[in-house]
Design a protein around this ligand. Structure first.
Ligand SMILES: *Cc1c(COP(=O)(O)O)cnc(C)c1O
Length: 465
């Protein structure tokens, strides 16, 4: 393909993209295919001779598209939304086309410098104290792993990377029961081990970590000769939105000189609203590491995860490695690949720049406030349905409910809803019971889309029997 042909196809794909997005409300949200159906339609072996792009695109439409779940569908209420606002898609098209690998400042100075400024724009937008810097990672899982590795190295006097962990004692990390599974996996692969991730009970309307239990656990570990290494707090857990009281957790961390990481992957975006920040983030300044995903509620196309760092030194001392072939001459510059586990880096900052300039913070705040209000209104409608139960009250735009019946019935309702296709929901667990989660966060969703979900749920529920 030459570049003139490339330009023609790009224009056609842009038209296709606009039509696709405008058609979303008429499509089932979750793919309605069975396992293996898509693979069976592909050729078994790669072609020996090239095919025309028109044929390839036709197959894309016929074979691939029916197997897509539509994350940009306005009635996507499952998991957490992974929004791709149009300006961020445009930025990604430019990044894809220029196709730079931005591992060092020298390998694309603009990528590094835009990244530094975007991290600071987001710091200001989220109301974090001056002095926080940070880095853009692919996912919150990677940011959390970076923080857990930093906890490990800091607790071992930065000797773990060199000597291994066999003589380092039993390292301990603390969090609540409301955290995301990425915390567990970070502890597995960092060599901490699941059994050394101490999960504390939660209580209260926000399912917050029991801080008396935290203090007791640390004291008991110290008495047993273990090595406390860090605390991971959460704002907006995946199940029911568990949110810790940040100041008391931080005070305990300081008293024991423990490194702190805050997982706000989903809810962090809502902190651009001052009233939400005051409510959820009192005491946030002082956390050593904070992660939030602009690719969720904020609208920057996946993938895009910001890790703020109060002082990057400890993470650099954990992850920085500089073999001869990566050395660059000249002035001291920031090389963000030294801050993270992967070496190669995409230019992710551009889509944040496009997004924030194109909308402005006020429009992004308005969306989040609407989503919270609509979620609360829907919650009241479901509460009023005969036999339905609200199992967790809205935390921001996330709540959970149960229909009449046992756990198996909850799953039957979720499956029937997703087979119906008008809306898409997923299940969760709370206090040992299955619950149905509902979150509002898709960028184009309207009040009608959200409140209309009540009729869909009642319809499908009545059809179950
Ligand atoms: C989505 C989410 C994660 C994982 O995010 P990835 O970027 O997919 O790794 C972690 N924690 C919370 C609270 C989340 O909502």
């Amino acid at each position: 393909m030459n570049w003139d042909e490339f330009a023609d196809w790009s224009r056609q794909i842009a038209d296709w993209g606009a039509a696709y997005h405008k058609s979303l409300r008429d499509r089932p949200v979750r793919a309605q295919t069975v396992y293996g159906e898509i693979a069976a339609q592909l050729q078994d072996a790669p072609p020996e001779t090239g095919e025309d792009m028109s044929v390839i695109l036709e197959d894309f439409e016929q074979i691939v598209m029916p197997g897509m779940t539509h994350w940009q569908h306005p009635r996507f209420f499952a998991y957490f939304s992974a929004n791709a606002a149009p300006p961020s898609i445009l930025a990604e098209q430019l990044v894809n086309t220029v196709a730079a690998q931005c591992m060092l400042w020298q390998t694309s100075p603009a990528a590094t410098e835009v990244e530094g400024v975007m991290v600071d724009w987001l710091r200001q937008a989220l109301g974090l104290a001056e002095g926080y810097t940070g880095v853009i990672q692919d996912s919150a899982s990677s940011a959390t792993l970076s923080a857990v590795l930093t906890m490990r190295e800091r607790a071992t006097g930065f000797t773990g990377n060199r000597e291994g962990l066999s003589t380092k004692g039993q390292l301990r990390i603390y969090c609540s029961e409301g955290v995301h599974s990425s915390i567990d996996r970070a502890c597995w692969v960092a060599g901490i081990g699941q059994d050394n991730l101490v999960k504390l009970p939660t209580s209260g309307p926000r399912h917050a970590m029991d801080t008396a239990a935290l203090e007791a656990a640390i004291e008991a570990d110290l008495a047993a000769g273990h090595v406390p290494a860090g605390i991971i707090a959460i704002t907006g857990g995946t199940g029911v939105g568990a949110s810790d009281s940040l100041a008391p957790v931080l005070a305990i961390a300081k008293a024991h000189d423990l490194y702190t990481h805050l997982d706000a992957a989903w809810a962090g975006a809502a902190m651009i609203c001052p009233e939400i920040r005051e409510d959820f983030w009192a005491g946030v300044d002082g956390y050593d590491s904070i992660v939030f995903n602009p690719h969720k509620w904020m609208g920057a196309q996946f993938d895009c995860s910001i890790q703020f760092l109060r002082d990057p030194t400890a993470q650099l001392n954990t992850l920085k490695i500089e073999p001869e072939y990566l050395k660059t001459s000249g002035d001291a510059v920031v090389n963000y690949s030294e801050w993270t586990i992967p070496l190669g880096r995409r230019f992710r900052a551009l889509k944040i720049w496009f997004l924030l300039r194109s909308y402005g913070l006020e429009a992004l705040r308005a969306r989040i406030r609407n989503h919270v209000a609509w979620s609360e209104a829907l919650c009241e409608q479901l509460r009023a349905l005969d036999g339905f139960e609200i199992t967790s009250e809205p935390i921001l735009s996330l709540f959970s409910f149960r229909c009449p019946g046992d756990d198996a019935t909850q799953q039957r309702l979720v499956d029937a809803l997703n087979d119906d296709g008008r809306i898409y929901l997923t299940q969760g667990a709370l206090d040992g019971r299955k619950v149905i989660r509902f979150q509002v966060g898709q960028f184009d969703t309207t009040q009608e889309d959200v409140l209309g979900a009540c009729d869909v749920i009642r319809d499908v529920w009545e059809g179950l029997e």
